[in-house]
Write a protein that binds this ligand. Structure first.
Ligand SMILES: Cc1ncc(COP(=O)(O)O)c(C=O)c1O
Length: 463
């Protein structure tokens, strides 16, 4: 375990709480919530693997991999060394010149991604990787003689980032209510030309149908929407292979092949947001490989460096990149593909491959899912689903009606888990597990036992 720095003392907690409350915006959460004296936490160090320690010295099992990205786990010295060596040698890309780390990483990504995904644009965050893909899709169509293909079909219950473009394309769940989607009303107007369709959400189907009798209406609707809008106006279909926002609704096996063939039929590019589903999360190196589909454009971030440094990548098929050999793609991020981040990413991918973490994600993920399914006997466990180390439990007040927990109840459950030393994403009447891919069966047992106890306590309160 790494030693905490000398200037971090438990008695300083209150001082940091006051400074933070005064000076620091909190992403996505009201500051009064984050800095509430009875629940404020300050993490100060990581241990090797899946654990982090707060300022009071309490250790937590992090079953959410920070924000779904510490795929290789905490405390990886070789990633730190790779970045450090690069910073000592050449700390920047020097203007718009490519750097050797960028070229090496682009080649590596071309090798490990499926099909002929082969040409990479680097950025810093998931949202820029998604937007880069949409810009490329629009420009590609213009260069191919389709000047009016600008619309993007996206799915409800998805999140693609916090920039204006990705906010237009995302429709995440409204805070605390899994039955409604966010409209970001406070920030509009947004990028026009975005059309939202129903997600493959079998537990709460928007059409009130049941798989397989539904005949995949959610996929078939995409064709109807394209015809309604005019195929010559639609540039791309954008979605995650499996969405964390949709509380891990794993689509039926036919879904993605159907979407791929609809895109091909009408000339749309298929862009997959693999920001979460990349680098082993779903038990395959990339989420789309579970469904036998290769997208035209794939957006990557998070697990690409396991969060040790910022980096994102957008990789496209050879054919999509071809027109850009002679035409400039007008797009640049000052720090996109920072050479230290690229070297760190290469070290990160090396660990994933050397330690068979993709297989571990599949094997331990299956085990975790089975253990979580054992909780189905609880009257409040409505559904359990997952793929790889990417699992969710959805809670209901009433199994028949599927009435979700209200926010206060979900918050109470989350507090119980935190008190027991388990970090998860517990919100929207659900708990999500996306731990580091080094998670063991023992870690899974520990997490499920803590959750089991917490659910029982909540049910006793309700009784
Ligand atoms: C599926 C998906 N896409 C894109 C993003 C945006 O990534 P970032 O926060 O790095 O911009 C996220 C963030 O959680 C995500 O979950």
């Amino acid at each position: 375990m790494k030693a905490a720095r000398g200037d971090i003392k438990p008695e300083d907690l209150e001082r940091y709480r006051e400074w933070g409350e005064k000076h620091l915006f909190q992403p996505n959460v009201a500051r009064s919530t984050t800095y509430a004296p009875d629940s404020f936490r300050l993490f100060v160090k990581e241990t090797d693997g899946c654990h982090v320690v707060d300022i009071t010295g309490k250790t937590y099992l992090d079953a959410f991999a920070s924000l779904m990205y510490v795929n290789v786990g905490y405390g990886r010295q070789e990633i730190v060394d790779a970045a450090y060596e690069q910073l000592r040698t050449l700390s920047s890309s020097v203007g718009t010149s490519p750097s050797i780390p960028q070229i090496k990483l682009a080649k590596k990504l071309a090798e490990i991604t499926p099909g002929d995904l082969s040409v990479v644009f680097f950025g810093n965050n998931g949202c820029d990787a998604v937007e880069t893909g949409i810009k490329l899709a629009r420009h590609y169509h213009k260069l191919s003689g389709y000047a009016n293909r600008y619309k993007v079909i996206c799915r409800r219950r998805e999140y693609h980032g916090a920039s204006f473009g990705t906010m237009a394309m995302g429709r995440p769940l409204k805070s605390g209510n899994p039955l409604m989607c966010e409209d970001y009303g406070a920030y509009g107007p947004f990028m026009p030309g975005v059309i939202h369709v129903a997600p493959p959400r079998c537990y709460r189907c928007e059409y009130d149908l049941r798989y397989p009798d539904c005949d995949l209406k959610c996929a078939r609707e995409v064709e109807r929407v394209i015809l309604r809008e005019g195929p010559e106006t639609v540039a791309a279909f954008l979605s995650s292979p499996v969405s964390s926002q949709s509380l891990v609704d794993v689509p039926p096996p036919e879904y993605w092949p159907m979407i791929r063939s609809i895109c091909d039929k009408y000339g749309l590019l298929l862009q997959m947001d693999c920001v979460v589903c990349g680098f082993g999360r779903t038990g395959k190196m990339f989420g789309c490989e579970n469904f036998g589909v290769v997208p035209d454009i794939m957006s990557l971030a998070k697990g690409i460096v396991s969060g040790y440094l910022p980096l994102s990548a957008t990789i496209v098929r050879t054919e999509i990149a071809a027109p850009f050999k002679k035409t400039a793609f007008k797009h640049i991020y000052s720090f996109g593909g920072h050479p230290a981040s690229c070297m760190a990413a290469l070290a990160n991918i090396d660990i994933i491959e050397r330690e068979n973490l993709v297989e571990n994600s599949a094997v331990v993920g299956r085990y975790l899912l089975e253990r979580l399914q054992e909780l189905s006997h609880h009257p409040t466990v409505g559904d359990v689903r997952g793929i790889g180390l990417f699992c969710a439990v959805e809670y209901v007040r009433d199994k028949q009606r599927k009435t979700p927990f209200d926010e206060a109840l979900t918050v109470r459950l989350k507090q119980k888990l935190m008190q027991a030393g388990l970090i998860t994403r517990t919100r929207d009447s659900s708990t999500q597990f996306l731990p580091p891919l080094i998670f063991t069966k023992q870690d899974a047992d520990e997490a499920v036992e803590i959750l089991d106890r917490a659910i029982t306590e909540i049910e006793n309160e309700l009784a």
